[in-house]
Design a protein around this ligand. Sequence first.
Ligand SMILES: Cc1cc2nc3c(=O)[nH]c(=O)nc-3n(C[C@H](O)[C@H](O)[C@H](O)COP(=O)(O)O)c2cc1C
Length: 153
Amino acid sequence: MTDTTGTSVPESPFRLIYRSHSRVGPADREAALADIFREARSNNEVLGVTGALLITDHWFVQALEGEAAEVQGLYERISRDARHEHVTVIEADHVPARVFSRWAMAQVSASGQADIPLEASEGRLHTVAGEPLTREQTAVLKVMRDTIGADVV
Ligand SMILES: Cc1cc2nc3c(=O)[nH]c(=O)nc-3n(C[C@H](O)[C@H](O)[C@H](O)COP(=O)(O)O)c2cc1C
């Protein structure tokens, strides 16, 4: 991106949030989720993408943040994944700042916030239980939860 004088300025981050219906059966869930988080952690770090993945028995809601081209390219790839269906974009826009910048892919439960910091970037697990979420993180997580409101347990 360039400003009016033609000087290159950094692009503001892009955030895409989608919802999808899980096709993973109960018996395969644990292994499938472990695979997804392993893939997400290693690929996203290379792409400079961060985000959060909310999982319930029936739904996935994922926020992806990073450079627009990287986020959109990754979303295209994820949307073709046979482990989910009915993939629907909820929000896709430039935002002032990332809210999950510490997480290659944070794992979020449908209720509560205790496990949000479990999946950290740099290949290490962080448990910072008790650390309050920022107002921006809370707002994005609310959008994610509200989109599957009826399924929240
Ligand atoms: C709900 C869901 C979320 C996913 N999130 C990511 C992710 O954040 N990053 C990623 O690289 N792959 C993610 N994947 C896996 C990709 O769809 C894909 O399997 C993986 O990137 C490997 O792609 P490849 O086989 O083309 O290399 C996700 C899959 C699902 C079902």
